[in-house]
Design a protein around this ligand. Sequence first.
Ligand SMILES: [Zn+2]
Length: 83
Amino acid sequence: MKIERCNFCGNKNVVFKQVDYIYRHKGHFMLFENVPCEECTYCGERYFEAKILRRVEKDFFEVLERKKQPSRKIEMPVEVFVT
Ligand SMILES: [Zn+2]
């Protein structure tokens, strides 16, 4: 994939990066590390290839249905923000 320009801001500088990506589905979360994407250097919008997102989704459901073990599990603190 090569993004010519950012769809959001029109910036032409989009760089390859590996980032953390959180997939969420009906109250379940899974963190994916080192997911390849292209990121706009101006607004930070990230572009993922369809095949990458399909693999994320596949892994998520395999772990959810216990067909696959994740690399590791983390604990995440939760805070309800009250103004
Ligand atoms: Zn942008």
